[in-house]
Design a protein around this ligand. Structure first.
Ligand code: COI
Length: 355
Protein backbone atom coordinates (compact mmCIF):
# COMPACT_ATOMS: atom_id res chain seq x y z
CA UNK A 1 0.00 0.00 0.00
CA UNK A 2 3.04 2.23 0.53
CA UNK A 3 3.29 2.90 -3.20
CA UNK A 4 -0.07 4.66 -2.91
CA UNK A 5 1.54 7.62 -1.12
CA UNK A 6 3.53 10.11 -3.18
CA UNK A 7 6.44 11.42 -1.10
CA UNK A 8 8.22 14.72 -1.65
CA UNK A 9 10.96 15.30 0.91
CA UNK A 10 11.84 18.69 2.28
CA UNK A 11 15.03 20.29 1.04
CA UNK A 12 15.35 22.42 4.17
CA UNK A 13 15.01 20.28 7.31
CA UNK A 14 14.45 22.25 10.51
CA UNK A 15 16.60 22.03 13.63
CA UNK A 16 15.02 19.70 16.18
CA UNK A 17 14.10 20.96 19.64
CA UNK A 18 15.82 19.59 22.77
CA UNK A 19 13.71 17.05 24.70
CA UNK A 20 14.06 19.17 27.84
CA UNK A 21 12.35 22.18 26.23
CA UNK A 22 9.29 20.38 24.85
CA UNK A 23 5.87 21.74 25.75
CA UNK A 24 2.64 20.66 24.03
CA UNK A 25 1.92 21.44 20.39
CA UNK A 26 4.40 24.23 19.74
CA UNK A 27 6.88 22.50 17.41
CA UNK A 28 6.15 20.67 14.16
CA UNK A 29 8.18 18.22 12.13
CA UNK A 30 9.50 18.51 8.56
CA UNK A 31 6.64 16.80 6.73
CA UNK A 32 2.87 16.46 6.59
CA UNK A 33 0.44 14.05 4.97
CA UNK A 34 -2.40 15.27 2.74
CA UNK A 35 -5.27 13.61 0.90
CA UNK A 36 -8.28 15.10 -0.90
CA UNK A 37 -11.86 14.02 -1.34
CA UNK A 38 -14.36 14.91 -4.03
CA UNK A 39 -17.85 13.49 -4.34
CA UNK A 40 -17.10 12.27 -7.88
CA UNK A 41 -13.67 10.75 -7.04
CA UNK A 42 -13.75 9.60 -3.42
CA UNK A 43 -10.53 10.00 -1.38
CA UNK A 44 -7.57 10.49 -3.72
CA UNK A 45 -4.03 11.81 -4.09
CA UNK A 46 -2.46 10.59 -0.85
CA UNK A 47 0.79 12.48 -0.52
CA UNK A 48 3.47 13.56 1.91
CA UNK A 49 5.22 16.88 1.42
CA UNK A 50 7.18 19.48 3.35
CA UNK A 51 5.30 20.89 6.36
CA UNK A 52 3.82 24.25 5.43
CA UNK A 53 0.76 26.50 5.20
CA UNK A 54 -2.49 25.53 3.52
CA UNK A 55 -4.14 27.87 1.04
CA UNK A 56 -7.91 28.19 1.42
CA UNK A 57 -10.52 30.20 -0.44
CA UNK A 58 -12.22 32.57 2.05
CA UNK A 59 -15.54 30.89 1.18
CA UNK A 60 -14.25 27.46 2.26
CA UNK A 61 -17.09 25.78 4.17
CA UNK A 62 -15.00 24.84 7.22
CA UNK A 63 -14.28 28.50 7.94
CA UNK A 64 -17.99 29.28 8.19
CA UNK A 65 -19.78 26.26 9.62
CA UNK A 66 -17.02 24.33 11.43
CA UNK A 67 -17.39 21.07 9.52
CA UNK A 68 -14.09 20.00 10.98
CA UNK A 69 -12.78 17.17 13.13
CA UNK A 70 -9.53 15.74 14.42
CA UNK A 71 -7.86 12.86 16.22
CA UNK A 72 -4.87 12.74 18.53
CA UNK A 73 -2.54 9.81 19.14
CA UNK A 74 1.08 9.37 20.09
CA UNK A 75 4.25 7.64 18.92
CA UNK A 76 6.82 6.75 21.59
CA UNK A 77 10.52 5.98 21.30
CA UNK A 78 11.03 2.93 23.46
CA UNK A 79 14.03 2.24 25.62
CA UNK A 80 14.78 -0.52 23.08
CA UNK A 81 14.94 2.08 20.28
CA UNK A 82 11.67 0.94 18.63
CA UNK A 83 9.00 3.50 17.79
CA UNK A 84 5.49 2.49 18.79
CA UNK A 85 2.08 3.99 18.07
CA UNK A 86 -0.32 3.50 20.97
CA UNK A 87 -3.67 1.92 20.03
CA UNK A 88 -3.87 3.38 16.51
CA UNK A 89 -6.75 1.00 15.63
CA UNK A 90 -8.96 2.62 18.28
CA UNK A 91 -8.12 6.06 16.94
CA UNK A 92 -8.93 5.00 13.36
CA UNK A 93 -12.29 3.69 14.53
CA UNK A 94 -13.09 6.89 16.41
CA UNK A 95 -11.98 8.99 13.43
CA UNK A 96 -14.57 7.33 11.23
CA UNK A 97 -17.26 7.52 13.94
CA UNK A 98 -16.69 11.25 14.24
CA UNK A 99 -16.66 11.61 10.45
CA UNK A 100 -20.07 9.95 10.23
CA UNK A 101 -21.61 12.36 12.77
CA UNK A 102 -20.25 15.33 10.79
CA UNK A 103 -21.36 14.00 7.35
CA UNK A 104 -17.70 13.56 6.36
CA UNK A 105 -17.05 10.52 4.13
CA UNK A 106 -15.28 7.64 5.89
CA UNK A 107 -11.67 6.82 4.99
CA UNK A 108 -10.51 3.23 4.52
CA UNK A 109 -9.05 2.29 7.95
CA UNK A 110 -5.94 0.81 6.29
CA UNK A 111 -5.28 4.07 4.47
CA UNK A 112 -5.63 6.04 7.70
CA UNK A 113 -3.23 3.74 9.53
CA UNK A 114 -0.78 3.90 6.67
CA UNK A 115 -0.91 7.69 6.61
CA UNK A 116 0.23 7.66 10.26
CA UNK A 117 2.89 4.96 10.02
CA UNK A 118 4.42 6.32 6.80
CA UNK A 119 4.60 9.88 8.08
CA UNK A 120 5.99 8.90 11.48
CA UNK A 121 8.53 6.65 9.78
CA UNK A 122 9.69 9.50 7.52
CA UNK A 123 10.03 11.91 10.46
CA UNK A 124 11.21 9.25 12.94
CA UNK A 125 14.24 11.28 13.99
CA UNK A 126 11.74 13.75 15.48
CA UNK A 127 10.42 11.25 18.02
CA UNK A 128 11.93 12.49 21.28
CA UNK A 129 13.77 10.19 23.70
CA UNK A 130 13.10 11.40 27.23
CA UNK A 131 10.47 9.63 29.31
CA UNK A 132 7.32 11.75 29.33
CA UNK A 133 7.94 12.98 25.79
CA UNK A 134 6.46 11.62 22.57
CA UNK A 135 5.53 12.50 19.02
CA UNK A 136 1.91 13.66 18.95
CA UNK A 137 0.09 12.74 15.74
CA UNK A 138 -2.71 15.13 14.79
CA UNK A 139 -4.94 13.90 11.92
CA UNK A 140 -7.53 16.48 10.87
CA UNK A 141 -10.33 16.60 8.30
CA UNK A 142 -11.89 19.84 7.05
CA UNK A 143 -14.68 20.67 4.60
CA UNK A 144 -12.81 22.23 1.68
CA UNK A 145 -15.57 23.30 -0.72
CA UNK A 146 -15.89 27.04 -1.32
CA UNK A 147 -19.66 27.30 -0.76
CA UNK A 148 -21.81 29.26 1.67
CA UNK A 149 -24.97 27.13 1.74
CA UNK A 150 -25.52 25.10 4.89
CA UNK A 151 -25.15 21.50 3.72
CA UNK A 152 -22.34 18.93 3.83
CA UNK A 153 -19.37 19.95 1.71
CA UNK A 154 -18.75 18.10 -1.55
CA UNK A 155 -14.98 18.14 -0.98
CA UNK A 156 -12.68 17.57 2.01
CA UNK A 157 -9.04 17.74 2.96
CA UNK A 158 -7.51 15.16 5.30
CA UNK A 159 -4.13 16.10 6.67
CA UNK A 160 -1.79 14.81 9.35
CA UNK A 161 0.84 16.82 11.19
CA UNK A 162 3.31 15.70 13.86
CA UNK A 163 4.47 17.53 16.95
CA UNK A 164 7.16 16.45 19.41
CA UNK A 165 5.60 17.05 22.83
CA UNK A 166 6.22 17.03 26.56
CA UNK A 167 3.52 17.14 29.25
CA UNK A 168 0.16 18.66 28.28
CA UNK A 169 -0.30 20.53 31.54
CA UNK A 170 2.36 22.86 32.90
CA UNK A 171 1.94 20.97 36.20
CA UNK A 172 3.31 17.77 34.55
CA UNK A 173 2.52 14.88 36.93
CA UNK A 174 1.66 17.29 39.76
CA UNK A 175 -2.05 17.32 40.67
CA UNK A 176 -4.17 19.92 38.85
CA UNK A 177 -6.98 22.06 40.24
CA UNK A 178 -10.30 21.77 38.44
CA UNK A 179 -13.38 23.98 38.48
CA UNK A 180 -16.67 22.07 38.43
CA UNK A 181 -18.70 24.33 36.17
CA UNK A 182 -22.18 25.12 37.40
CA UNK A 183 -22.86 27.59 34.59
CA UNK A 184 -21.71 26.21 31.21
CA UNK A 185 -22.19 22.77 29.69
CA UNK A 186 -20.05 21.02 27.11
CA UNK A 187 -22.62 18.83 25.39
CA UNK A 188 -26.15 17.51 25.57
CA UNK A 189 -27.52 14.10 24.54
CA UNK A 190 -28.02 14.10 20.79
CA UNK A 191 -25.37 16.79 20.29
CA UNK A 192 -21.72 16.49 19.25
CA UNK A 193 -20.27 15.48 22.61
CA UNK A 194 -19.17 11.97 21.68
CA UNK A 195 -17.54 13.11 18.43
CA UNK A 196 -14.08 14.62 18.20
CA UNK A 197 -15.54 17.65 16.46
CA UNK A 198 -13.42 20.79 16.48
CA UNK A 199 -16.55 22.74 17.48
CA UNK A 200 -16.58 21.02 20.90
CA UNK A 201 -13.21 22.58 21.64
CA UNK A 202 -14.31 26.04 20.44
CA UNK A 203 -17.27 25.80 22.82
CA UNK A 204 -14.94 24.98 25.73
CA UNK A 205 -12.74 28.06 25.36
CA UNK A 206 -14.94 30.56 27.18
CA UNK A 207 -15.57 28.42 30.28
CA UNK A 208 -11.90 27.43 30.30
CA UNK A 209 -10.74 31.05 30.28
CA UNK A 210 -13.18 31.76 33.10
CA UNK A 211 -11.66 28.88 35.09
CA UNK A 212 -8.13 30.04 34.34
CA UNK A 213 -8.86 33.46 35.77
CA UNK A 214 -9.99 31.73 38.96
CA UNK A 215 -6.68 29.85 39.17
CA UNK A 216 -7.94 26.50 37.80
CA UNK A 217 -6.26 24.42 35.14
CA UNK A 218 -9.40 22.94 33.60
CA UNK A 219 -13.18 22.70 33.78
CA UNK A 220 -15.17 19.64 34.76
CA UNK A 221 -18.56 19.78 33.06
CA UNK A 222 -21.81 18.57 34.51
CA UNK A 223 -24.50 17.00 32.33
CA UNK A 224 -26.55 19.43 30.27
CA UNK A 225 -29.96 18.16 31.36
CA UNK A 226 -29.89 17.84 35.16
CA UNK A 227 -26.70 19.85 35.78
CA UNK A 228 -25.93 17.20 38.31
CA UNK A 229 -23.90 14.30 36.93
CA UNK A 230 -20.24 14.76 36.06
CA UNK A 231 -19.35 14.36 32.38
CA UNK A 232 -15.76 15.07 31.31
CA UNK A 233 -13.09 17.71 31.37
CA UNK A 234 -12.94 18.51 27.66
CA UNK A 235 -9.26 17.58 27.30
CA UNK A 236 -9.66 14.36 29.28
CA UNK A 237 -12.14 11.88 30.76
CA UNK A 238 -12.44 11.78 34.53
CA UNK A 239 -12.19 8.89 37.00
CA UNK A 240 -12.73 8.83 40.76
CA UNK A 241 -11.92 6.31 43.42
CA UNK A 242 -14.53 6.34 46.14
CA UNK A 243 -13.69 3.73 48.74
CA UNK A 244 -12.68 0.65 46.73
CA UNK A 245 -14.71 1.48 43.63
CA UNK A 246 -13.31 3.30 40.62
CA UNK A 247 -16.05 5.22 38.85
CA UNK A 248 -16.18 6.95 35.49
CA UNK A 249 -19.21 8.35 33.66
CA UNK A 250 -20.72 5.99 31.05
CA UNK A 251 -20.40 6.52 27.29
CA UNK A 252 -24.00 7.61 26.92
CA UNK A 253 -23.63 9.98 23.97
CA UNK A 254 -22.36 13.24 25.40
CA UNK A 255 -18.78 12.38 26.39
CA UNK A 256 -15.80 11.43 24.28
CA UNK A 257 -14.93 7.71 24.19
CA UNK A 258 -11.34 8.19 25.31
CA UNK A 259 -8.71 5.65 24.29
CA UNK A 260 -6.79 6.11 27.55
CA UNK A 261 -10.12 5.78 29.42
CA UNK A 262 -10.63 2.43 27.70
CA UNK A 263 -7.07 1.33 28.47
CA UNK A 264 -7.44 2.22 32.17
CA UNK A 265 -10.72 0.30 32.44
CA UNK A 266 -9.06 -2.73 30.82
CA UNK A 267 -6.15 -2.58 33.29
CA UNK A 268 -8.45 -2.20 36.31
CA UNK A 269 -10.50 -5.19 35.22
CA UNK A 270 -7.33 -7.26 34.71
CA UNK A 271 -6.14 -6.27 38.18
CA UNK A 272 -9.49 -7.22 39.73
CA UNK A 273 -10.22 -3.68 40.90
CA UNK A 274 -13.94 -2.87 40.75
CA UNK A 275 -14.52 -0.31 38.01
CA UNK A 276 -17.97 1.05 37.24
CA UNK A 277 -19.09 3.03 34.25
CA UNK A 278 -21.98 4.79 35.92
CA UNK A 279 -23.46 8.19 36.52
CA UNK A 280 -21.93 9.96 39.49
CA UNK A 281 -23.44 13.15 40.79
CA UNK A 282 -21.46 16.06 42.14
CA UNK A 283 -23.43 15.65 45.36
CA UNK A 284 -22.15 12.08 45.71
CA UNK A 285 -18.60 13.39 45.32
CA UNK A 286 -19.10 16.15 47.87
CA UNK A 287 -20.61 13.63 50.27
CA UNK A 288 -17.75 11.15 49.76
CA UNK A 289 -15.22 13.92 50.37
CA UNK A 290 -17.06 14.80 53.59
CA UNK A 291 -16.97 11.18 54.75
CA UNK A 292 -13.32 10.81 53.81
CA UNK A 293 -13.97 8.15 51.12
CA UNK A 294 -12.99 10.23 48.08
CA UNK A 295 -9.59 8.61 47.73
CA UNK A 296 -8.37 9.65 44.29
CA UNK A 297 -9.43 11.66 41.25
CA UNK A 298 -7.58 11.59 37.94
CA UNK A 299 -8.06 12.47 34.30
CA UNK A 300 -7.25 10.22 31.35
CA UNK A 301 -6.46 11.37 27.83
CA UNK A 302 -3.96 10.93 25.01
CA UNK A 303 -2.39 14.33 25.59
CA UNK A 304 -2.87 14.28 29.37
CA UNK A 305 -2.00 10.53 29.79
CA UNK A 306 -3.02 10.06 33.48
CA UNK A 307 -3.33 13.36 35.20
CA UNK A 308 -3.86 13.49 38.97
CA UNK A 309 -6.46 15.95 40.27
CA UNK A 310 -5.62 17.55 43.60
CA UNK A 311 -8.66 19.75 44.02
CA UNK A 312 -12.19 20.19 42.71
CA UNK A 313 -13.95 23.49 43.28
CA UNK A 314 -17.75 23.43 43.14
CA UNK A 315 -19.85 26.49 43.91
CA UNK A 316 -18.13 27.67 47.09
CA UNK A 317 -16.56 24.39 48.17
CA UNK A 318 -12.92 23.38 47.85
CA UNK A 319 -12.79 19.60 47.65
CA UNK A 320 -9.19 18.63 48.30
CA UNK A 321 -8.35 15.14 47.10
CA UNK A 322 -5.75 12.97 48.82
CA UNK A 323 -4.23 16.06 50.43
CA UNK A 324 -3.34 17.31 46.95
CA UNK A 325 -0.95 14.41 46.36
CA UNK A 326 -0.83 11.78 43.58
CA UNK A 327 -2.89 8.75 44.56
CA UNK A 328 -1.41 5.26 44.72
CA UNK A 329 -3.71 3.82 42.03
CA UNK A 330 -3.23 6.89 39.82
CA UNK A 331 0.53 6.30 39.93
CA UNK A 332 0.17 2.55 39.32
CA UNK A 333 -2.02 3.15 36.26
CA UNK A 334 0.35 5.79 34.91
CA UNK A 335 3.33 3.47 35.33
CA UNK A 336 1.54 0.55 33.67
CA UNK A 337 0.42 2.54 30.62
CA UNK A 338 3.75 4.28 30.19
CA UNK A 339 5.56 0.93 30.41
CA UNK A 340 3.58 -0.42 27.45
CA UNK A 341 4.03 2.82 25.50
CA UNK A 342 7.83 2.84 25.94
CA UNK A 343 8.16 -0.91 25.56
CA UNK A 344 9.52 -1.58 29.05
CA UNK A 345 6.64 -4.00 29.72
CA UNK A 346 5.45 -6.62 27.23
CA UNK A 347 2.46 -5.57 25.14
CA UNK A 348 0.20 -8.49 25.99
CA UNK A 349 -2.95 -6.77 24.71
CA UNK A 350 -1.87 -5.82 21.18
CA UNK A 351 -2.04 -2.11 22.02
CA UNK A 352 1.05 -0.97 20.14
CA UNK A 353 2.09 -0.92 16.49
CA UNK A 354 5.80 -0.74 15.79
CA UNK A 355 6.70 1.74 13.04
C1 COI B 1 -5.93 14.51 23.06
O1 COI B 1 -5.77 14.13 24.21
O2 COI B 1 -5.34 13.98 22.11
C2 COI B 1 -6.81 15.62 22.75
O3 COI B 1 -7.28 15.67 21.67
C3 COI B 1 -7.09 16.61 23.81
C4 COI B 1 -6.63 18.00 23.50
C5 COI B 1 -5.19 18.19 23.32
C6 COI B 1 -7.43 18.69 22.46
Amino acid sequence: MNDGIRVTKTTSPKPKPKDSTLAFGTEFTDHMFLMDYRDDKGWYDARIGPYGPLTLDPATAVLHYAQSMFEGLKAFRGTDGEIRLFRPDKHVQRLNNTAKRLCIPAIDPEVVLESWTTLVDLDRDWVPRAVGTSLYVRPTIIASEPFLGVRPSKSYLYFVILSPVGAYYAEGMNPVKILVDAKYVRAVPGGLGEAKASANYAASLYPQEDAKHGGFTQVLYLDGVHRKYIEEVGTMNLMLRIGDEVITPPLAGSILPGVTRDSVLALLREWGIPASERQVSIDEIVEAAGKGTLEEVFGTGTAAVISPVGELFYKDQHIVVNEGRIGELTQRLYDAIVAVQYGTAPDTRGWTVVV
